[in-house]
Design a protein. Structure first.
Lengths: 292, 275
């Protein structure tokens, strides 16, 4: 039963107005409290922003992957931020992985500046959960996972009634393929990426509002050569860069081109008689040419 | 719980995209998992379609009817141009009990020549601008013969290509004052590899309208509305979307990942930085 309710919840959240996804997700969790944990970790919602009080109030992004209870780990200080103090068993990345996380945050911060010219970015990495797993080291031969987050908002002002917000969530797994380099000296890893962009655009005018709101998700698997752990960050960086460009193009197509076509099919500005007459004239013209 | 349950259900139904009604309701039923909820759900679906989202229903292979509180008489919905009355099951999403309107009926319908004439002009207008699955109705207020309602609904449902669209116009015309008020709305749902909704609503408020220019006015308002939606699209595309995330960095080439990525920072700092 609960599996069925979980699937129904996901299906419902794929249909209801995505502008209200946070509200609808909370409502379903109220109706089915047992499903809350699974739903909160499966559904992407616009990212929450917190200030890292240990690092000059620098802003960071929050999602299920840096959450422990009500607290969120800051990528800038590696400390949990919130009203309470962190539990002793709150999760942290292992020592080399934290070094990689710092490097990833620096790299993606530059990427953010180049593409977003503003906004906020945060990257979180975590160790594989196998018991007999080796701890991530410089070799890059041990698997790990992570998430890269970006958020940018444009708020309406007195002379511009447009609003916009972009949230992108890139969850990745990096699996070094053991033994793949035997003989050749080259090592390969499999990069699995699931990316979601949540995009809200609106114009708020008196008695004449418009809102375009939605999310798009895509997955990709890639096998790429690596040298050490730092190569994994460059590799996943360029996979995410391509994926984000791809999603951006798809969003532009859906939001502005497809939607316009659908509206044009709902109602034509020109009268249908006029359209048909034009078509008829065009046909006659062609046949008169053909009979020449 | 029951008060908040009621609120949750009605808020979900209000967020429903065009089309897809049955799937959505089945999902809600499964999540609620209790027999009592069936009645609450169908009552909320009914109120939604009577008051906010007027619903198109097939009455036969060639005829379409419309559900709204404005063309209700007793427990049934009526359609003057088809001369039919029908009921609708809001749990099974089915038209039931279609019958011919009988002139000797006790609840005789308030159809006069003026209404029928206007109905024909509106129908002619709708047939010229709504190429897909549409319906227009013109009905008098059940209590006040000074008030006439005009409703046009058009649906373009295309689940095979993962989209559904709906246009809805509602007008209230007061003959004695010449006032025309109402609301035009468009909803588009696109759900391939994601979930996208366009929602736009415009309030209408016109004066000095008469029966002779009402349809011309509606045509002008709706043309202007549609054009303004398209111009808002290009505004949002040019001004907002492009400044949220660039297609390529300003140097028009992709990022050089790896150790060299630090050079961007050096370059920026040397140039005085953008921060």
């Amino acid at each position: 039963m609960s599996d069925e309710a979980f699937d129904a919840s996901l299906d419902l959240l794929r249909r209801l107005d995505p502008k209200n996804i946070s509200k609808n997700l909370n409502n379903i969790c109220r109706l089915q409290p047992d499903l809350s944990d699974d739903l909160l970790s499966s559904i992407d919602t616009p990212l929450k922003v917190l200030k890292c009080s240990y690092n000059g109030d620098k802003l960071f992004l929050c999602c299920d992957y840096n959450r422990d209870g009500d607290l969120y780990r800051s990528p800038w200080s590696n400390k949990y931020i919130g009203d309470n103090t962190a539990d002793d068993d709150a999760p942290y990345p292992s020592s080399h992985l934290r070094q990689l996380e710092i490097y990833a945050n620096e790299s993606f911060d530059i990427y953010r500046d180049l593409y977003y010219e503003g906004g906020i970015s945060s990257v979180y990495l975590w160790d594989g959960d196998d018991d007999d797993e080796q701890i991530v080291n410089k070799s890059g031969d041990v698997e790990f996972s992570g998430v890269a987050l970006f958020k940018k908002q444009i708020n309406k002002s007195l002379d511009d009634l447009n609003n916009g917000s972009w949230d992108s969530i890139h969850v990745f797994e990096i699996n070094p393929l053991n033994g793949s380099g035997a003989g050749s000296g080259e090592k390969f890893a499999e990069y699995k990426l699931t990316s979601t962009v949540i995009l809200d655009l609106s114009t708020i005018e008196n008695n004449d509002d418009i809102s375009l709101s939605g999310n798009l998700t895509k997955q990709i698997n890639k096998k790429i050569a690596y040298i050490d752990s730092m190569t994994h960050i460059s590799n996943i960086g360029s996979i995410i860069e391509n994926m984000e460009s791809n999603l951006r193009n798809m969003l532009q197509e859906i939001y502005f081109s497809k939607t316009k076509d659908i509206i044009g099919d709902l109602r034509t500005i020109e009268k249908l008689d006029v359209q048909n007459e034009d078509k008829l004239k065009h046909k006659e013209l062609i046949s008169s040419f053909q009979s020449l | 719980m029951s008060d908040s349950l009621q609120t949750i259900i009605s808020s979900m139904i209000n967020d429903a995209p065009p089309g897809n009604g049955i799937n959505l309701i089945n999902d809600i039923k499964i999540i609620l998992n209790n027999e009592n909820s069936k009645r609450i759900i169908s009552e909320n679906v009914k109120q939604y379609h009577l008051n906010k989202d007027f619903k198109l229903v097939k009455l036969s292979d060639s005829s379409v009817g419309l559900l709204s509180k404005y063309n209700q008489t007793g427990l049934k919905f009526y359609d003057l141009s088809l001369g039919l009355k029908f009921d609708y099951d809001f749990d099974a999403f089915k038209v039931i009990d279609i019958e011919k309107i009988d002139d000797n009926d006790d609840d005789k319908l308030p159809a006069d020549d003026e209404i029928l004439k206007l109905s024909n002009i509106v129908e002619e207008y709708a047939s010229q601008h709504f190429p897909t699955f549409y319906k227009s109705i013109v009905v008098p207020d059940s209590n006040d013969s000074d008030i006439i309602y005009i409703i046009i609904v058009d649906e373009n449902l295309n689940d095979a290509n993962y989209y559904n669209g709906k246009w809805q116009s509602f007008y209230k015309f007061t003959k004695s004052t010449g006032e025309l008020t109402g609301e035009i709305g468009i909803k588009v749902h696109y759900y391939e590899e994601g979930n996208f909704i366009l929602n736009t609503v415009k309030k209408v408020n016109e004066s000095k309208i008469s029966l002779s220019n009402i349809v011309d006015t509606i045509e002008k308002i709706e043309n202007e509305f549609e054009l303004s939606v398209f111009s808002k699209f290009s505004n949002l595309n040019e001004k907002v979307f492009k400044s949220l995330r660039r297609q390529l960095p300003i140097n028009r080439s992709k990022v050089q990942w790896g150790k060299a990525i630090g050079n961007y920072k050096l370059g920026q700092d040397a140039a005085g930085g953008r921060h």
